[in-house]
Design a protein around this ligand. Structure first.
Ligand SMILES: [Zn+2]
Ligand SMILES: [Zn+2]
Length: 190
């Protein structure tokens, strides 16, 4: 099983809007027909709760609270246990599922996501769990940079934030220029 791909499903979930079932379907892989078909309203509630707990893991990681990140992931591993099983939806496409037969969409998706993020933490450390430095964004990401220095979820946020910082510096420089002297009012000649 590719733990990296599973970890990324965790990132996708934390960054997703979850207003309704269509929002939820948007995070499932396109070729995963059974998830698209069988996801139900009760899954939405479970996904929303898990989304908040997974965001906490990223908040802990990014702020150096390593033990708390581990404790939260261990609690999530208990709630969403992995139970590997070979599955085939049309008898000719054997592939792995991470939960037992008859498990709900939320159990399957979350067991994979939590497991992937847990292996990721052991492999690379909680300091590589990031929250985008652009406050208007708030997306989370896994930092794969060579020196663990990534601060934004995407190029888009990095560029936007650099442009804003550049403008702010320019404004500050303008504010420090001496105020031009007002011209003397003309005294009317009587
Ligand atoms: Zn399947
Ligand atoms: Zn961002």
């Amino acid at each position: 099983m590719n733990f990296d791909a599973y970890a990324r499903t965790g990132v996708d979930l934390v960054n997703a809007r979850l207003d309704d079932l269509d929002d939820l379907r948007a995070i499932f892989p396109d070729d995963n027909a059974w998830m698209h078909d069988e996801v139900a309203e009760r899954d939405l509630t479970i996904f929303r709760r898990a989304q908040k707990r997974l965001r906490d893991v990223f908040e802990y990681g990014t702020s150096g609270r390593d033990a708390e990140a581990v404790a939260e992931l261990n609690a999530l591993l208990e709630t969403f246990p992995v139970q590997p099983r070979i599955s085939g939806h049309d008898s000719s496409d054997w592939h792995m599922h991470v939960t037992s037969r008859g498990a709900s969409v939320s159990s399957e998706y979350l067991a994979g996501a939590v497991w992937g993020l847990s292996v990721w933490l052991c492999e690379y450390g909680s300091a590589r769990f990031g929250v985008c430095a652009d406050e208007r964004c708030g997306n989370v990401y896994l930092d794969t940079s060579s020196n663990c220095c990534r601060r934004f979820c995407s190029e888009r946020c990095a560029t936007r934030s650099h442009v804003a910082a550049h403008r702010a510096r320019k404004r500050a420089a303008v504010d420090q220029l001496p105020v031009p002297a007002q011209p003397e009012p003309l005294t009317p000649v009587s």
